[in-house]
Design a protein around this ligand. Structure first.
Ligand code: HXC
Length: 517
């Protein structure tokens, strides 16, 4: 018997009603701001015709404060699964045209339902956040809804990749779900994110501020470090999501999408020999080294504008996915400070959670000296680097390019901290501290008595440098597996990576370690 025509028409009518969201006027207002609707974002993310919606007919639970009898299509969020570049992905997209995308009971239930699907299927979650936060009319029920979402964010952390896009205003609770995810992409214009807005700040503290000052994409990218990517617009944001997913496994039990070549190209790259300046004290751009090691156009930098003294990001070497952690000599001479330690550690932990091998590029004179650093807790923050490397069981390859001094030598993954392979360039200097500093401490009395303090200091520094500041002392003690030229590096790393991809390391059972936070 053919299906009842009226029943199908009723379904179609209901579908069209929810798909209209908050109506033409509100949609036009979004477009006037250069922003997409919740459904337009999903249409751009997913391969055409693959998105399957869950919960389209959900009815909201708001019954008070003017909400009686109001229709909130889909309860202000669109949820479902579909294909992104051939792999299933779960997504939710908040609909600002409906009650400002605010989160009520059913809204939260829908997000929770799609996150449960992601957990069951082992597929990534992409959340488009565009919301005025907890739906005020639903009171504590809305808070409970946030609790359920946050709880799932935590449950899924380290199980499937979670990517948040900030596509509009994200106030209050709407900022915390993204903060619990792995990566946050924020649109430069039209998106904002804060816990307490300017009005609340003024009321409580008397401080005058603006939304831009506390919650813009630029501020979060460069000052607070809350986000990982700034997108120029919605289309760019979807492009970044797709690019990011291309490096990630669907879950922690799968391998990252390596494209392993049957036979590796192990040719030397002479151009790599020209990157380092003649003087060991002159800066260079470590991104040139990363580009030289990586397959063409494969480097995706993460948190580009925050703590620029460390560079982190994904790339491919001979088709294999890697995560780079690199000191940047162009910024603060590559010193590790509080922000760089936080940035580096979080990235190491993401790579470890999802089986991404780690490449460490080292040129670090030490931890940044300073009263603000000490009082700000550099001990605690720097310890995160030690902890993260020590806990990481993925393949770890360290290349010492120039300086590797003191605690920072260990904090950039020395052999003792668990590096599977340490290679050094002939320009590497591995020591407790720089030669000038060491001489001042070791020979203070001698220098005080010297006729020509400067000449004597230089003489002693040269002696110290000759002893420690070359890779051969460390290579002689097997702290370094080999000394190689920059031009040999790509091939050596590629072959080592290929060898280490099958690495499996187990640790004593425990609930979890206690990383200094
Ligand atoms: C119910 C809300 C809402 C909310 C916005 N709306 N936020 N409805 N609950 N939280 C509704 C508005 O009433 C309006 O409805 C529509 O959404 C669009 O809002 P506008 O204000 O007209 O838009 P805009 O000028 O663009 O401003 C967007 C905004 C602002 C910045 C998000 O709406 C705002 O400040 N909202 C409140 C933010 C907030 O304080 N949220 C609670 C956070 S507490 P109509 O019908 O006119 O279209 C929280 C607790 C969780 O989230 C904490 C967990 C840790």
């Amino acid at each position: 018997m053919p299906i009842n025509k009226q029943a199908v028409e009723e379904l179609e009518r209901r579908r069209q009603a929810t798909e209209a969201g908050g109506g033409r006027k509100k949609i036009e207002a979004r477009h006037a701001k250069g922003l997409w609707t919740a459904r337009e974002r999903l249409a751009h993310l997913f391969t055409e015709g693959t998105f399957q919606e869950y919960g389209q007919h959900a009815q909201h639970e708001s019954r008070q404060f003017g909400m009686e009898g109001k229709d909130l299509p889909g309860d202000a969020v669109v949820t479902g699964v579909g294909y992104v570049d051939g792999r299933p992905v779960a997504s939710f997209s908040q609909d600002f045209t409906v009650a400002g995308g605010s989160l009520g009971t059913m809204h939260a239930e829908k997000i929770s339902m799609i996150m449960d699907q992601a957990e069951i299927g082992g597929i990534p979650v992409v959340g488009f956040n565009d919301s005025g936060g907890a739906r005020i009319q639903e009171g504590v029920m809305a808070l409970s809804g946030y609790g359920q979402v946050f709880n799932r964010n935590v449950r899924l952390s380290g199980v499937v990749p979670q990517i948040a896009v900030i596509s509009g205003p994200c106030a209050g609770g709407a900022a915390y779900s993204p903060a619990l995810m792995d990566f946050i992409i924020m649109i430069r214009e039209g998106a904002e994110m804060f816990i307490c807005g300017p009005e609340v700040i003024r009321g409580v503290t008397g401080q005058a501020t603006t939304k831009a000052e506390i919650g813009s994409a630029d501020v979060h990218a460069s000052v607070s470090g809350n986000i990982h990517f700034v997108a120029e617009n919605e289309e760019d944001a979807v492009g970044i999501v797709r690019r990011l997913l291309s490096y990630l496994p669907s879950n922690n039990m799968s391998e990252p999408p390596h494209h392993i070549e049957p036979e590796l190209d192990l040719a030397e790259d002479p151009a790599m020999n020209d990157i380092l300046p003649d003087s060991g004290k002159s800066p260079f751009d470590v991104k040139d080294v990363i580009t030289g090691l990586s397959d063409p156009d494969s480097f995706l930098e993460v948190q580009r504008d925050f703590a620029k003294n460390i560079v982190v990001g994904f790339g491919r070497i001979a088709g294999m996915v890697v995560g780079y952690i690199a000191n940047q000599p162009k910024e603060l001479a590559g010193c590790l400070d509080i922000d760089a330690s936080d940035k580096g550690s979080r990235f190491i932990r993401f790579c470890n959670a999802f089986g991404v091998p780690i490449i460490n590029l080292v040129d670090v004179p030490g931890f940044l000296p300073g009263v603000r650093q000490e009082r700000g807790g550099i001990i605690r923050h720097g310890a995160k680097m030690l902890f993260s490397y020590g806990a990481a069981t993925v393949p770890k390859i360290t290349i010492i390019m120039r300086k590797a001094y003191g605690g920072a030598y260990l904090a950039m993954c020395s052999r003792d901290m668990g590096a599977d392979l340490v290679l050094a360039w002939p320009t590497a200097e591995i020591a407790v501290m720089g030669a000038d500093g060491a001489v001042n401490i070791l020979y203070r009395g001698d220098l005080d008595k010297a006729d020509d303090r400067v000449a004597r200091s230089r003489e002693l520094a040269d002696e110290y440098r000759a002893h420690f500041a070359s890779p051969y002392i460390s290579a002689g003690k097997l702290f370094i597996h080999d000394v190689i030229t920059p031009s040999e590096t790509r091939a050596r790393v590629a072959l080592a990576l290929r060898t280490l991809l099958s690495k499996r390391e187990t640790r004593p059972p425990k609930k979890h370690g206690n990383i200094p936070l």
